[in-house]
Write a new protein. Structure first.
Length: 171
């Protein structure tokens, strides 16, 4: 039900099909509130997409979006990651991801101490509920990229096999 995630899906789907209906629902990710690593974050997005289909029998597609953090073993630095998954009734699931951006050491310290990234960004920036607005990416890029725009891109990537199915047909 994060309004940024719903708006991102709504924006992309409006470009795919005129008049398509997009509804946001509470969909459990099955991963911690702050996912660590691409694999855990992707698992959360896939679980959300499948949960949409389970909860909404009338839905043709389920879309899940999950944001996380990834640690660099060599430097100890953290970066963001985000994944989107699109699932259909045949069981096909497609993924798209990116949003790899370095996080300042002050944010990384808070996240490593157990704070969710959105809350850490609020603390260091003075923002309130930034994860329902521009997010870390919006704050750290001085508004050049916001969370919705970043999520629109990864949702589009995840939709690719549904948009151009001939390229994805098995041999």
């Amino acid at each position: 039900m994060n309004p940024v995630k719903v708006a991102a899906v709504r924006s992309v789907m409006a470009r795919v099909a005129n008049g398509i209906q997009v509804n946001g629902i509470v969909a459990e990710s099955g991963v911690p509130a702050q996912p660590w690593g691409d694999a855990e974050t992707l698992d959360g997005a896939r679980a959300r997409a499948c949960a949409v289909l389970a909860a909404m029998p009338e839905a043709a597609l389920g879309v899940g979006i999950e944001g996380g953090v990834v640690g660099d073993r060599a430097s100890g630095a953290l970066r963001t990651c985000a994944w989107a998954a699109v699932a259909d009734r045949s069981g096909r699931v497609s993924d798209g991801g990116s949003l790899a951006m370095p996080l300042p050491a002050s944010v990384a310290r808070l996240v490593r101490a157990g704070m969710e990234l959105g809350h850490a960004m609020d603390e260091i920036s003075g923002a309130r509920n930034s994860k329902h607005a521009g997010g870390a990416v919006g704050i750290l890029t001085a508004g050049l990229v916001d969370r919705q725009a970043a999520y629109e891109t990864i949702v589009t990537y995840a939709l690719a096999p549904f948009l151009t199915p001939d390229f994805w047909a098995s041999a």
